[in-house]
Design a protein around this ligand. Sequence first.
Ligand code: ARG
Ligand code: ZN
Length: 876
Amino acid sequence: MSDPQPVYLSDYQPPAYQVTHTELTFDLDPTTTRVKARLRMERHPGTDSKAPLVLNGEHLTLISLAIDGNPLSDTAYQLTDEALYIEEVPEAFTLESEVEIAPSSNTALEGLYLSNGMYCTQCEAEGFRRITYYPDRPDVMATFKVTVIGDAEGEPVLLANGNPVDQGTLESGRHFVTWEDPHPKPCYLFALVAGDLHKVEDVFQTMSGRNVTLQLWVEQENLDKTEHAMASLKRAMTWDEQTYGREYDLDLFMIVAVNDFNMGAMENKGLNIFNSAAVLTHPDTATDTTFQNVEGIVAHEYFHNWSGNRVTCRDWFQLSLKEGFTVFRDQCFSADTNSAPVKRIQDVSFFRTAQFAEDGGPTAHPIRPDHFIEITNFYTLTIYEKGAEVVRMLCNLLGWEDFRRGSDLYFDRFDGQAVTIEDFIGCMAEVSGADLNQFMRWYSQAGTPEIDAHGEYDYVNAAYHLTLRQRTPATPGQPDKLPLHIPVRMGLVGTKSGQDLTLTLEGEKLGKDAVIHLTEDEQTFVFADVAEAPVPSLLRDFSAPVKLHFPYSREDLAFLLTHDSDGFNRWDAGQRLAMLALDDLIAAHRNGVEKVMDSRVVEAFRTLLTGSMDDKAVLAEMLTLPSEAYIAEQQPIVDVDAIHAAREFVRQSLAVALRDEFVGVYKANVSDEPYSPTPEQIAQRSLKNVALTYLMSIEDEEGVALCEAQFAAGHNMTDVRHALTLLSHSDRDDLASPALKAFGEKWAHDPLVMDQWFTIQVTRPQSDVLDRVQYLMQHPAFSIKNPNKVRALVGAFAQNRVNFHRLDGKGYALLADVVIELNRLNPEIAARLITPLTRWQRFDEERQQLMRAELLRIKQEPLSSNVFEVVEKALA
Ligand code: ARG
Ligand code: ZN
């Protein structure tokens, strides 16, 4: 077999044939589902009349084929493993086919599969070709009429996109429902669900006064976990009307929760399908973080109804057109609904850890890639999160009003069409008159730009000179980079007044907080009338997805930590200050020198703890040290042990020095209010739990007692899970074992809670974790076929830095074994799981060898195109 080959953006051709209307009939059966398709097709005007008709199809058994009612003879078509070719077809015709598929043996979870006895589908990006022969590409858009036939007893509920138009009973205990979706859509938005489902229902009145029925379908035992998702959906619908003027366009909107799902959720028209982990919540089983994620994902999928469904992508290279924009929309929604500064801090802190690592590794790719082998490998942090950062920059460059006018124009002009990133940017340029040519490079250039900044205060002339130099490191296939348009939001904070000074640039007063534009390799900005020596506050609110280097002293950072008017940069100053201390300690650890805690960090934390900061949510973030993964990102060569030791040392030193303050903060934030996921309550719990984390790091007697009490009280999963994590990550087995055992027994019946139980155990710092992973992989609650379980156990273990990177290589070998097994069962999940191994170049020689050896071992296998692509890149 030859290696899988890439497809190129530059090879794009419009489809030769369009499908204008699609009729499907599913006769469901676990092993032999019959799918009949009736496609109304036309040749695209201007295309070659001799062009053969090419339909995608994989894992299908063809039963019959006819054009305009005439069965096709064997010689009239050609079949391969991936496609069906018909040599000659009329200008316009009806193609009828019947195929057989086997949902029960579909472990890839693409196409039609069974999850817990329930039929469901996942078609984005190219899963529809596992359902029937079809031009499986997003620029083919049709109206759909779908009949689902199932067992009246086994599958009492039969769902598909759009509105139900017919239903009835059939012979031998079968029944059917017919659905019609009037909005033309690409087949990746097709969905079908059938099973023993139960619903909660609500109504939303749209801005034009139409009533939309909202339904959330779950397994019976989960009916009590739907309230928050439903409330989130209604908030999202209102927000999209008020913020973007977007109204929902069908009479029915459905969400279904399924247990086996490769990703978070899917925006199928009128019938969103969710990973149960991304939709179910209950105070006793879900943490604050889950409540917030659910709200964000429900909104994300709903927002796709316009940014993705009504206006979709011409081809999969344009994926960020819908994903970057939609992530930006859901981020703004969450910021408006919760604490905006905390949302930004959390998003950026995740982005700078995980997306920067992707951008700096062998799988780095532009937001719009120019080629790929397997599109499912491109549902990445770059396409989604960096894509969102770029849309955010655009919004800030244009200002909200022009951005909104551009968005209106885009939805209006391209409604019902499959379009490109140029079409989107073109609307923005058209309404604003802005020249976005250089800005477009953000879409084609991979890698994280770095800015080296330095500043000088000229006392004599009361001027401040700020020089910014940009460079983007080479990435695979892109050795040379051009300068980008980087908006740098900034202020100059006076060291005497502690206030933002007015920024005057080339005679123009810009205010106290302004954006300067770095467009060349190097630029110097001279600010006039700067009456006192300032400390610059740069890249406020993370105004561009770049790495900023400025030679701040620790005094500068301590000053910004308390004086910066930008909440994000106050937090960032604290992170930078902690990083400087951590760097010293990492060096000390490596050199075997005694570690000494930087008193400036202790004093900065004391100021925070005793100060008057009333935003508890931000305070909790400011008291949180950079994660080991983030610290690793900052090191030239990652030394996992030194990083772990240094971070623990800082944590313990702070806990010792500020013990009473932490106890005080803990006690001040205990509450017996009934649980509610409000921003106020979430802030209080975060702050309390951060304090507890410090106390537990020194196994403070009172801290341990508080932690045990918090665990035992069982008020809500946020507090219980946090306490359990601290107890089970402590070195004291008398704390760890009983708590884990009690929790595991109490929640054995709840798969989503068991996922948390797995994760807590395999992220312990203790060295027996590898054995525990192997042991837990045999646990009855674990299944290699369920992506949530794989992520919770194996994926989480690979994030356990000290244990995954063991020097005997057993952590790497375990991961590779699982990848090899999943390569056969679920290639999409297998390819994602390899990520930590692809980062081998960041580690010492010894670990590099071990990681490469595992990649080479994987490469020996007969590989899916997914895993092949990742391994090839990682070893290139
Ligand atoms: N469009 C979906 C979302 O953004 C994700 C679909 C992912 N599909 C896949 N095969 N990985 O929510
Ligand atoms: Zn999306």
